[in-house]
Design a binder for this molecule. Structure first.
Ligand code: DQA
Length: 140
């Protein structure tokens, strides 16, 4: 099973960025622990701060992954282009958020992506990614 994790803007700073909200672990550390926990999954990871690079990645990978776990960061709340890319590809996408966006500012309550993804997981810290992975593994 091929699963790609895509992180959007500012998520390269996980571990340093607002640790009270996003925790103290870097994504590289967390990604290594996921690979150890799920050796049967062909797991890869891409991060970019640029919307166009995220679109290019979705276009390139969105026809050959069994699933994509996407944390689009702030683009979740702004990007019609990312929503259109998700609608255009074949691979199912799970939208994830580390924080519970519904407990935060109202501008974080709207997602352009939610209507075009398979499901949404938010608020479980870094474990949101693992729960999304479990959802792909356990689907029929
Ligand atoms: C986030 C929530 C977004 O509102 C924010 O812009 C992020 C991270 C999360 O993982 O909780 O960058 O997607």
């Amino acid at each position: 099973m091929k699963i790609l994790i895509i992180n959007g803007p500012n998520l390269n700073l996980l571990g340093k960025r607002e640790p009270g909200i996003y925790g103290t672990m870097s994504f590289d550390q967390y990604f290594d622990s996921l690979k150890t926990l799920y050796p049967i999954v062909d797991l890869s990871y891409f991060q970019s701060n640029n919307e166009g690079d995220l679109l290019d990645c979705l276009h390139k990978e969105g026809f050959n992954q069994d699933g994509i776990i996407l944390n689009a960061g702030a683009y979740t709340h702004t990007s019609v282009a990312i929503a259109d890319a998700i609608a255009a590809i074949n691979s199912p996408v799970i939208e994830v958020h580390i924080s519970n966006v519904y407990k935060r500012e109202t501008f974080r309550h709207h997602s352009f992506l939610s209507p075009v993804v398979k499901g949404v997981i938010a608020g479980f810290g870094m474990e949101s990614y693992r729960l999304a992975l479990e959802a792909f593994i356990n689907q029929d």
